[in-house]
Design a protein around this ligand. Structure first.
Ligand code: ATP
Ligand code: MG
Length: 438
């Protein structure tokens, strides 16, 4: 892509409500445009990043055996009346009527809908366990939408649902998701902490929020630094190892302010390992047993032919929130560096150009074509502008690698720079190796 052609409508005058870095940066680099309070259009740059995040989430869901499907955004109120949540959900639910006057709603979540899908087809324990997920827009009429894509009314979520015959079996599904979440966040370059969360009237210990560290987060965190020392790769994907993995993680102290007690924190965590900071919730997993299957009459025959309510859990990741959260975690001193796995571009070529000298641009175009042939997603800054402005712009866009074609490049050697480190002069072949192309 040529920068001059990229649809990147930069917002120069930031609105007063853009208080945090990610919101400002996403507006300044034209990743999103607000359409109304808490509702955004995703423009090419932002959409690209979100799609890359979505793909990593998808791969890690598929890896643990979850199956992708797609449920609609608009739901009928009937199933919500069955579960009893139609009245309970309150004002966050956007309620609408169709032309026949039927009560509909824009789904804030999908427990009811998936239970309805499931009960109509699965009747026997033999078909269990099942893990189903979709990645779909949600709508919640939040009282105070803020922080750009972090807390919106319309947002993009991966939500998965597990179905098991017993609490014992359901734990195994829960552990798989626990593992999948940690792997997903680590591929996104994030350090996520699983935090014990409230289970409400259901009780038990099977609810965790996954929180990443960021000063601008809404959650207050109290944790033991040792949580970052556990190596996820030591746990193969089998039930007993995943149970051990969850125990390893959950025996280390990590709570949000809801559960925080000062003396417990001091008793469990050595002074030098205490971490008190803010965080952003990027995922939430929750085992709720027969909370929906019971009122909705979602019954399964067990081994003895006895009917029992299927045991369910739900597992959410805020895909659109993650775009903002990743910026919060990586933005430093006016420089943004995307993790390679989700960067909008793999590399940017920055030639020094002006009206009288197009030589560098010609060289840049040659490299551009060569890298494109190798399937590298490359951005070429062909805008006639001074180098210092160009660098400022690319510090914001955050492409992790730069090939700079200016006074330091000679013949087939070019200045190559990984953001936030020193540049080196390399041949194109060496640059390709750095970019992991053959
Ligand atoms: P929160 O406490 O932040 O309101 P929640 O408990 O309501 O979150 P869930 O229903 O568990 O969230 O949703 C799963 C994930 O969806 C959350 O972990 C979060 O990443 C994301 N999410 C929830 N609400 C929003 C929102 N209003 N805007 C953007 N993402 C959201
Ligand atoms: Mg909420």
């Amino acid at each position: 892509m040529y920068l001059s052609k990229l649809f990147i409508p930069i917002t120069k005058d930031l609105p007063a409500e853009a208080k945090i870095k990610s919101h400002q940066l996403m507006l300044r680099t034209g990743m999103i445009k607000q359409s109304s309070a808490g509702i955004y259009s995703w423009l090419p740059l932002g959409f690209k990043v979100m799609k890359k995040i979505e793909q990593i989430v998808r791969e890690e869901q598929n890896y643990i055996g979850a199956q992708e499907m797609l449920m609609p955004t608009i739901q009928s109120s009937e199933i919500w009346k069955e579960s009893g949540r139609y009245d309970d959900y309150g004002e966050e639910m956007l309620r609408i009527k169709d032309r026949q006057g039927r009560e509909m709603l824009y789904g804030p979540t999908n427990e009811e809908l998936i239970t309805d899908v499931f009960r109509s087809s699965v009747k026997s324990y033999k078909s269990l366990p099942q893990l189903l997920y979709h990645i779909q827009w949600k709508f919640r009429d939040e009282v105070r939408p803020r922080f750009g894509v972090m807390r919106c009314k319309e947002f993009y979520m991966k939500d998965a649902y597990s179905f098991d015959i017993s609490d014992e079996e359901a734990k195994k599904s829960y552990n798989k998701m626990f593992y999948s979440y940690l792997k997903t966040f680590s591929r996104l370059g994030l350090k996520a902490i699983p935090m014990a969360a409230d289970t409400g009237p259901i009780g038990g210990d099977l609810s965790h929020e996954f929180v990443i560290l960021a000063e601008t987060g809404e959650s207050q965190i109290y944790a033991d630094k040792n949580i970052f020392e556990i190596n996820l790769n030591q746990f193969p994907l089998n039930d007993s190892s995943l149970q051990k993995m969850r125990e390893e993680f959950t025996k280390i102290y990590a709570v949000t302010d809801e559960k925080y007690k000062k003396d417990e924190f001091n008793k469990n965590v050595k002074k030098e390992n205490q971490m008190i900071t803010k965080g952003i919730e990027v995922g939430h997993i929750f085992y709720f047993s027969d909370k929906y299957s019971k009122p909705m009459n979602c019954l399964i025959d067990d081994k003895n032919g006895k009917k029992t309510s299927v045991k369910m859990g739900s597992y959410g990741i805020g895909v659109s929130r993650l775009v903002g959260a990743i910026i919060e975690a990586n933005y430093n001193n006016d420089v943004m560096k995307w993790p390679k796995s989700i960067s909008p571009f793999d590399v940017v070529i920055i030639p020094s150009i002006n009206k009288n000298n197009k030589e560098n641009l010609v060289k840049a175009e040659k490299i551009y074509l060569e890298l494109k042939k190798q399937n590298i997603d490359v951005l070429l800054d062909d805008v006639d502008e001074n180098m210092s402005n160009k660098f400022k712009k690319h510090d914001l866009i955050g492409t992790p690698y730069q090939i700079i074609i200016g006074s330091k490049s000679e013949g087939n050697n070019f200045e190559f720079k990984e953001l936030n480190s020193n540049s080196e002069i390399l041949s194109l072949d060496k640059i390709k190796i750095k970019l992991k192309v053959k």
